[in-house]
Design a protein around this ligand. Structure first.
Ligand SMILES: Cc1cc2nc3c(=O)[nH]c(=O)nc-3n(C[C@H](O)[C@H](O)[C@H](O)COP(=O)(O)OP(=O)(O)OC[C@H]3O[C@@H](n4cnc5c(N)ncnc54)[C@H](O)[C@@H]3O)c2cc1C
Length: 278
């Protein structure tokens, strides 16, 4: 149908981004192709040391899934998106396809090895998430392609992650957010992945901060250095959610808290992490 109707046709998944844009007349597609009628597109499967999410899997399904709970940063993300109404409709595929700079999924999945399966009528290709998100609201998808599946590799033993966002209230996007995934070997951090949300046109990978932690003991000093490196890489814009300076300070504080939770989870503690509300 996408090939038949051309570039003016839009896919409809949960409608939680597209319908508000249409109401505001920012989007005016000639045709809507409703994915909700295609069976077998909503699932969570553990397979070959990976979690596979069908594109139409709702945030709420992921929040409730025990398989997802095994990767706690995924549960943090799903449970913190907006309110229950949005989570019951919104999908993981729609969220990545929308590439909203404030969207939670891209930030979180950037800290894991994530592949996006892009499907055409007769072929499909797998794109690493870092290559999939090109810019704000811009992805590697061609107009006749759709996301069919999101594949997340299970982190190795000794790993723990956390995602924390600061929000003015539940049904709004975060002011800033930080995602951390650590792999520990005893007291030493074997690997670290850090991504920042809402402080740039896309989620930002904080590579310098990762380098500060990798191969080191995670102490108050290394955390403080990582936080400084994070603030330097953030590129926030001033808007109704706060000034650029405020967001830069905020994202560092979120990172500090997220590292603490990730570290405790990597050591086997079962702890809840919830977003922080103003
Ligand atoms: C009040 C409110 C608060 C929100 N707060 C948050 C928040 O805090 N954090 C957050 O992350 N999100 C938030 N959202 C957005 C929500 O998570 C959306 O569900 C999500 O961004 C889009 O998913 P969807 O399934 O609703 O997609 P849709 O709105 O149906 O589609 C979005 C775009 O993706 C395309 N698309 C959809 N599915 C596919 C596919 N499989 N392949 C290719 N293209 C596809 C559509 O054509 C469209 O361009 C909020 C939404 C609302 C209404």
């Amino acid at each position: 149908m996408l090939m038949e109707f051309g570039e003016d046709a839009k896919l409809l998944a949960g409608g939680q981004s597209l319908i508000p844009l249409m109401k505001l007349r920012y989007a005016n597609p000639s045709h809507l192709v409703d994915l909700n009628f295609i069976s077998g597109t909503s699932y969570i499967r553990e397979e070959n040391e990976a979690l596979r999410f069908g594109a139409l899997t709702r945030h709420a399904q992921i929040e409730a899934s025990t398989a997802s709970a095994n990767i706690p940063i995924i549960h943090d993300c799903a449970a913190g998106i907006a309110d229950v109404q949005v989570r019951n409709r919104g999908t993981i595929g729609g969220s990545l396809a929308e590439a909203d700079p404030s969207g939670d999924w891209a930030t979180v999945l950037m800290t894991l090895q994530t592949e996006v399966r892009c499907q055409r009528s007769k072929s499909d290709r797998r794109v690493q998430l870092a290559d999939f998100i090109k810019d704000a609201y811009t992805t590697a998808l061609a107009h006749d392609e759709l996301i069919s599946e999101v594949v997340v590799k299970t982190p190795p033993k000794g790993s723990g992650g956390a995602y924390l966002a600061f929000k003015r209230s539940a049904p709004v996007y975060p002011t800033a957010s930080a995602a951390v995934q650590l792999t520990m070997d005893g007291e030493i951090c074997k690997d670290a992945a850090i991504a920042l949300g809402c402080v740039g046109l896309t989620a930002i990978k904080a590579k310098d901060a990762e380098g500060v932690l990798r191969g080191q003991r995670v102490t108050a000093k290394t955390i403080a250095t990582a936080v400084e490196a994070t603030r330097a890489v953030a590129e926030p814009q001033s808007d109704m959610r706060g000034s650029a300076d405020y967001k830069r300070t905020l994202v560092g504080s979120l990172l500090k808290r997220a590292i603490d939770v990730a570290l405790r989870r990597a050591r086997g503690e079962q702890i809840e992490a919830s977003h922080i509300y103003a």
